[in-house]
Design a protein around this ligand. Structure first.
Ligand code: FES
Length: 186
């Protein structure tokens, strides 16, 4: 005589299948909720672990742009700029003056005046730099020209390299203003 088994003890019963599908749906639903939450958390925390582009070697121009007489040329410095939540490709992050020294060696200065952060201008007729804000003057080699200049130090030199015979690369860095020693910006 055949003995019928209770329905719940059958491994393929509809109740077990329902439980399995409900558990699966629950897990899937949790993942759907967690994914945007974790993505949002990543965006929120991104500035905390992001590194600044300052201090990196950046290509700024060509050796061909430098006059042989040593007159400095201003180059914008472009890099992937980031503010707290956005990233901009090849945006200006500063500028440098580069000039040719004898033997194709180059010299570079940050254009920012160490007094209070204005951009200095190079005056070809005087062969020197002038800050338009409070009139600090700097000689062509970046030193303070006039003892009355309010700038506490000379222009900030930057490492410059010629790569692949013509490319000008600069280790770009900003420094704190208003102090006599050179302290890189964080
Ligand atoms: S910012 Fe240049 S002299 Fe004041």
């Amino acid at each position: 005589m055949a003995v019928s088994q209770p329905e719940s003890s059958n491994p393929k019963s509809p109740e077990r299948r329902n439980f399995f599908f409900q558990a699966l749906a629950g897990m899937f639903g949790s993942l759907l909720v967690a994914f945007p939450f974790l993505s949002g958390l990543g965006v929120l925390l991104d500035p905390l672990w992001r590194k600044s582009n300052e201090g990196e070697m950046i290509r700024v121009g060509s050796l061909d742009a430098l006059p042989p007489d040593g007159t400095p040329v201003k180059f914008p410095v472009l890099s992937d700029k980031r503010d707290a939540w956005n990233k901009f490709s090849k945006a200006p992050i500063g500028a440098v003056y580069i000039r040719l020294l004898p033997d194709k060696v180059c010299e570079a200065f940050n254009v920012i005046c160490p007094h209070a952060g204005c951009y200095v201008d190079f005056l070809p007729e005087r062969r020197s730099y002038l800050c338009p804000c409070h009139r600090s003057t700097f000689s062509i080699d970046g030193k303070i020209n006039d003892p009355k200049s309010p700038s506490p130090r000379g222009l900030d030199p930057l490492l410059v390299e010629v790569r692949n015979k013509k490319e000008l690369w600069v280790k770009f860095q900003n420094f704190q203003t208003g102090r006599s020693d050179r302290v890189p910006m964080a």
